[in-house]
Each structure stands twice: as structure tokens, then as C-alpha cells.
Design a protein around this ligand. Sequence first.
Ligand code: HEC
Ligand code: HEC
Length: 422
Amino acid sequence: MTIATFVTHIYRTSHVSVFTRVRYFSIAVILLVLATTVVRGEQVLLGDPALTAGVPGNGPISVPQIETWLDDEHNFTELTPVLPLGLSQGSSQITGLDENPLTRAKIELGRQLYFDPRLSVDSTVSCASCHDPSMGYTAQTKTGVGIKGQAGGRNSPVSFNRILSDKQFWDGRAGSLEEQAVGPIANPIEMGFTHEGVVKRLASMPVYAKQFETIFGSVTIDAVGKAIAAFERVLVTAPSPYDYNEQWRAFKDLEPEDLEDDPELAELYAEAAAGVKSHPMSDSAKRGRDLFFTEKGNCTACHVGANLADEKYHNIGVGMDHETPDAGRHAVTKDTVDTGAFKTPTVRNVALTAPYMHDGSMDTLEEVVEWYNKGGHPSRHLSSKIRPLNLTDQEQADLVEFMRACTGPTPPVETSRLPADA
Ligand code: HEC
Ligand code: HEC
């Protein structure tokens, strides 16, 4: 009998007293929780360097190395991701794991694919060309630059913290990370290949072929998307000074006597105190935080939640003075209110990812704040949340300082170990 039929059975059995029903129901709930824990295998804290360290060894990955790796059962345990401090409040936002369970083997295959230029037609461009870990997982170009130096129409967004994001692209046209991941491969100005072409090429390389066969049954474009998405889901930002400061805010008003009889609370208090001590936020950043989160700056009208992004689309006026402005979200929904609306980007690690906005039109965070301060650019579909802020120069500087304090390290990732050609 499954747990669900057991519960239904209890409910349908009318002679059982209410008390017994409640008791059985509680037992069923406990069983259900246990069952999910068992199915979900092992918990891992995202950011763990071991997840992105690559197959052990040096030089190109060889067939014997990959065979040893694939023989290790540990690499096939289903992983339940645990988000680091700060992002953890967004745990309920995680999607896609039921359709594409995380395992170390899948994450590692995705890592190889992400850094491999052989996924582009002329083997010159990889995902990392435009989402480079050493550049905050973006590229420092105004718009993405693909094969033969061709420039695209939009700025490269970050490819981290995607585990907290459902729809992808500035206009949200990809319904999942899996769907997004295979787009650039066949985009003529990005990687310029075809899905058939890339599948054939991967199948011709024994190290890739073995991994796809073992993990997915065969090489398919669908499997390529799943592996890359699995890798992207473990790329998260570790706590920033902002996160330590938030953790501390919950404790700072406690009195010593509050901690006396509560060793657990005392331990949490000590942890929070140590966090702000080792990752301090300047006074300017603290003032910026208050502007960001209150009516005055109004940034959290959109940059909200664990990833400081509401996963919604807004027209803030950027690029709307062009002769033919980018339609943004409108191209997907055909709804007039979505004209010129783009997905709110995260403010996490934003200090590392200039230039800014969907068109890469702003070079500095100072420029961005100035934009908001003047109320954006007049546009017929400008969001009602955008209005002149009347901030002083100091307040504008404080907002920039706050955003700089939202910088936390991303995990170290092996970028050069890729499968041997043959
Ligand atoms: C030539 C540069 C370029 C290459 C190569 C490239 N991307 Fe992108 N990527 C972009 C640009 C530009 C966008 C935004 C496009 C848009 O929104 O229309 C983007 C969007 C994304 C997004 C959506 C992020 C969000 O916030 O919605 C993800 C994830 C992503 N790329 C991952 C990848 C992966 C994985 C690969 C390799 C398979 C890849 N990219 C290859 C430039 C590139
Ligand atoms: C109405 C919603 C909204 C409000 C309010 C808002 N933002 Fe934004 N923010 C967005 C959207 C949408 C974009 C991308 C717009 C585009 O590219 O056209 C963006 C872009 C940004 C960027 C560029 C990020 C990148 O990676 O390119 C920064 C930085 C930023 N906002 C900071 C702020 C600050 C600081 C405030 C408060 C003063 C604020 N935002 C208020 C929605 C909003």
C-alpha cells in the first residue's frame, strides 16, 4: 500500500475515531517526509568546490580516467542541493530537479560541455566565452560576441544563481534552464552549429560518448541541455557582506541575559557576530542598504528575494530612445504592457559584471544609480514603479556601496580539463 492510499483508507474508514485518524495522519506525514529524504539521497551545500573540481587527473580527460569515474557509484547518488546563507531563503524557488535530478556525474559532464569550444561550429566559442567565471560569469563586452567575432544584440547576463530562476533570457523566452542551454549552440551568431551537428561530434569523441551512454542512455540534444543545466545549478554565490549583515540584524538587539539560558541561541549569536566581523559592511553600504530596501530608493520593488531579483519583467526605459527599440518581453507575450520590459537581473556580484542593462549601455554602477535617480527615460510603457528619486550625491554613492557589498565568491571551477579528441 502506498502512503497516499494508506491516508485515503484511514479517511474513508468511518468507524475510526477522529483522534486515531489524526494520529495515523501524522504517522503518514512522517513516513512521507522520510520517504522523500531517502529518494533524494545526499544533501550537498552548493558552493562545495568538490562538485566542480573535475575528473581527477591532469591534461585532457582520457578513456581510462572517465571509466574509473563512471564506475564510482558515489557519482550517481541523487543530490539534494542546500543553498548557502543568503540564498537559502529562496529554497522554495528551486525548480527543475524532478525532471532533471542532480548527480555528480551529470554536473561534471555539464562542466566539460560548458567550457568546451567544440560545441561551436568552428571550435572557437564556448559558453564560457560569454559567461566567463573570471569575469563574474559574464563577458566585459557591450553585447555577446560569438563565432567570427559577430556581435549579438544583447548584453550577456550572469549564468550563476540560475537555480533560483525559472524562465531564462532577458525576455524569459526559454521555459527552463535545460531549454536555454541548447539555444546558443544553434544560434548563428553565437556558436553557429546545429543540434544534429553537435550530437554527432560529441558521439564521435569516446570520453563524451561513454558519459552520455552511462548517464542518459545515448547522446541527444536533450541530454546536452540537462547536463549543462545541472552544472549551472551548482554555480551559486557564497555569502556576501550584505548576507552576513542581514544575519546579524536578526540578533543585534538581543541582551546578554537573553542568551544566558539558551546555549543554542548563544551559538547562533556568536556565529552571526563572527560573520559581520570577518565580512564587514561599511557605514556607507549600510545606509545604501536602507535606501535600497525602503520607499526612498524603492529598489526592492523589483530587486527582491534571495537573489535580489523578482523574476518579473519591467520597462525601466533603457534603450527606449532608439529608433526601433528592443521589444523585450513583448516578443514573447504579445501583450502591450510588456513592450520594452526585461527580466530584473540580480544585484548579486553586480560589481563584477559591467557593462550593465540588456543592451550593455551603462558602464558603471554610478551611471545606473543616476539613471534611477532621474526616473529612467520617458517611455510610453515605463513601469509605474520608476519615478525620480531626488537622492543626494551621498545617497547615490551609498547605493553603489551597498551593491558592492552584495559581492560573494563563486565556487572554484576547473576550466581547462576537457575530454581528449579521440
Ligand atoms: C556569444 C555569446 C554567448 C554564448 C557563446 C553563450 N551565451 Fe548565454 N547568453 C548570451 C546573451 C547575450 C544572453 C541574453 C540573450 C537574450 O536574453 O536574448 C545569454 C543568456 C543566457 C542565460 C540566461 C540568463 C538569464 O538570466 O536569463 C543563460 C543561463 C546562459 N546564457 C547560459 C549559456 C550557456 C549554458 C551557453 C553555452 C551552451 C551560453 N550561454 C552561450 C551570450 C552568450
Ligand atoms: C520597476 C522595477 C525596478 C526597480 C524599481 C529597480 N530596478 Fe534595477 N533593474 C530592473 C530591470 C528590469 C533591469 C534591467 C533593465 C534593462 O536592461 O532594460 C534592472 C537593472 C538594474 C541593474 C543592472 C544589472 C545588470 O546586470 O545589468 C542594476 C545595477 C540595478 N537595476 C539596480 C537597481 C537599483 C540600485 C535600484 C533602486 C534605486 C533599482 N535597480 C530599481 C528593475 C528594477
